[in-house]
Every structure is written in structure tokens, then in C-alpha cells.
Write a protein of this length. Structure first.
Length: 107
């Protein structure tokens, strides 16, 4: 059975720079919230599946982020490493409402 989530306001869209990230501390660890150039927002665990690099410190390009440690590219929509690398990060639901960013956090 899926775990229930609660929507939590984490700030305004303009609080996150385009092609940048903010970190949200949670009981499960840090969550990186990214804003793409087209204002699409994504949220994933802030740890690369390769060696645990902080994805929030990586370079955002399109709907992906490049890990600052070893240049693994993570697709932010799927949470999957881009080939030839293999691995994935946990994704979190995120939505925009009236300019506010809401993150779904497990209860």
C-alpha cells in the first residue's frame, strides 16, 4: 500500500533561480528542488546514486542535472541516471499553485 503524503508549501517559484536548486530538509534526508529554464519544477533526493554527491550543487540543463562529483547525469523527470550510467534517485511530487511551490512529503 502506498504511503500517504501531505502537501507542504516550501516557498515561491521565484525563490528558486532558473536552472538552480534549493534544498529542503526532511525526516528522510535532504530533498533537492530544481527549477528548469522553462519553470518546470522537480524534486528528488539530494544524493547521486553513484557516490552520494549533492545533486543540488550540480549543473541543471534541460530537465536534467549533472552531479558535481563525477558528472553523472540524472533525468529529473524519471529520476534515472542517463546511459551509460545506471542508477536512480527517489522522486517527490511537486506542484505549483498561485506561484507557490508545494512538495509532497510522506506522513
Amino acid at each position: 500500500m502506498a504511503q500517504a503524503s501531505r502537501w507542504t508549501v516550501i516557498g515561491r517559484l521565484e525563490d528558486i533561480p532558473r536552472q538552480g536548486a534549493r534544498v529542503v530538509a526532511s525526516a528522510m534526508g535532504d530533498i533537492a528542488v530544481f527549477r528548469a529554464l522553462d519553470d518546470t519544477v522537480f524534486a528528488v533526493e539530494d544524493s547521486c546514486p553513484h557516490k552520494g554527491g549533492k545533486l543540488s550543487q550540480g549543473i541543471v540543463h534541460g530537465h536534467a542535472v549533472t552531479c558535481p562529483l563525477h558528472n553523472w547525469v540524472i533525468d529529473l523527470q524519471q529520476g534515472e541516471a542517463v546511459a551509460p550510467d545506471a542508477g536512480c534517485v527517489r522522486r517527490f511530487a511537486v506542484k505549483l499553485e498561485e506561484g507557490r511551490v508545494l512538495l509532497a512529503l510522506p506522513r
